[in-house]
Design a protein around this ligand. Structure first.
Ligand SMILES: *Cc1c(COP(=O)(O)O)cnc(C)c1O
Length: 339
């Protein structure tokens, strides 16, 4: 095998040795299968291809200083995938099958788990699709669950840094009574045009407002938002945002740091009052926000003047990464250690 340049990995797909699959047929889940092929042999009338019956997850495994591999909050991802199944009428992957498949995918591809010093990690992508044929609009009777892994580099190559975001009212990611709260591919398809435009304008991602009134903060691209002011961590409560496991973890750590935690509707004007702001998710843990430009109203909300993250973003980021890599004690039972 050619040597992997661990220090220069990006966030892209790299072939690994094995992927794990499990099929749902005749109303039951089969045995886990180990595959070497990167390809699926799929019926052309599969509901995932026509009617969007698909959901996915994203989690990571980290190699610690002690050489052990740690997987972060795997059960939470399993439960969230079950919610996505409810939202799309797909068969639910039992938690035990989900966890067993993830563990197997990581262990069999252990040589792709980056070394501690690189700051890189192994990204784990569970995927559930309607695989059975259907032409009328109804759920499939067969499903395929796949777990593959790929090594990914540290999100912040040049150190932990802030970036700008943009509010653009001409696009919505998800509707209040729609699919935003589920981790499904359709939400991502719905965000591509806006995301591309934001990138062309020099922003990291689109900062979405609620689709109905355009008054409240929803999500930052495919990440949750939080703001910090008056010793309080504030994150939106909305029916159209995806419940981020990173955000859930940061709320616990924020309380431990002595911050109050509020989950409530946040009017867009309130951005002017935050001392710090960040986007959070598995990919980066926290992407601290430099500023948010309101493209339509020609206004800017500035959180950092020197490109540096604020003190609470910094503390929360290092604390959570510390737990993930095993440098900090796992007092909440978030980590599964592979012995
Ligand atoms: C996956 C995802 C997130 C982040 O969730 P984590 O569990 O923290 O990785 C946030 N928003 C959207 C839309 C997502 O799909």
């Amino acid at each position: 095998m050619k040597n992997i340049d661990w220090g220069n990995l990006g966030f892209g797909y790299m072939k690994t040795d094995f992927n794990i699959r499990c099929e749902f047929n005749n109303s039951t889940w089969g045995e886990l299968e180990v595959h070497e092929s990167e390809y699926l042999n799929l019926h052309m009338a599969a509901t995932s291809l026509h009617y969007g019956q698909e959901s996915f997850e994203g989690l990571k495994a980290f190699r610690g200083k002690d050489g052990k591999i740690r997987i972060f909050r795997m059960k939470d991802n399993a439960l969230r995938m079950q919610d996505s199944s409810e939202g799309t009428m797909m068969a639910k992957v039992p938690v035990e099958i989900f966890e067993e498949a993830v563990l197997k995918a990581v262990k069999l591809n252990e040589r792709f788990v980056p070394p501690y010093e690189s700051g890189a990690s192994l990204y784990i992508r569970p995927l559930l699709i309607g695989s059975g044929p259907q032409v009328g609009v109804k759920p499939a009777t067969e499903y395929l669950f796949v777990v593959f892994v790929t090594p990914v580099g540290p999100y912040f190559k040049g150190g932990f840094q802030t970036t700008p975001f943009v509010i653009m009212r001409e696009y919505d990611r998800s509707a209040p009574l729609g699919m935003g709260k589920y981790k499904v591919g359709g939400n991502y398809a719905a965000s591509l045009v806006a995301g591309q435009k934001a990138h062309e304008l020099g922003y990291s991602a689109v900062f979405y407002l609620d689709a109905k009134e355009k008054k409240y903060i929803d999500e930052c691209g495919a990440a949750n938002f939080f703001g910090i002011k008056d010793n309080t961590y504030i994150t939106p409560k909305s029916s159209s945002i995806l419940p981020s496991i990173t955000n859930k973890s940061l709320m616990v750590l924020a309380e431990e740091l002595g911050l109050k935690v509020e989950r409530r509707a946040i009017p867009v004007e309130e951005l002017a009052t935050f001392e710090e702001a960040g986007a959070c998710g598995t990919a980066a843990v926290i992407s601290p926000i430099e500023r948010i430009d309101d493209y339509d109203e020609k206004k800017s909300y500035i959180f950092s003047n020197d490109g540096k993250p604020g003190p609470f973003c910094d503390k929360l980021y290092h604390k959570l990464r510390g737990i993930q890599y095993g440098d900090e004690p796992d007092t909440h039972g978030w980590v599964t250690v592979i012995e």
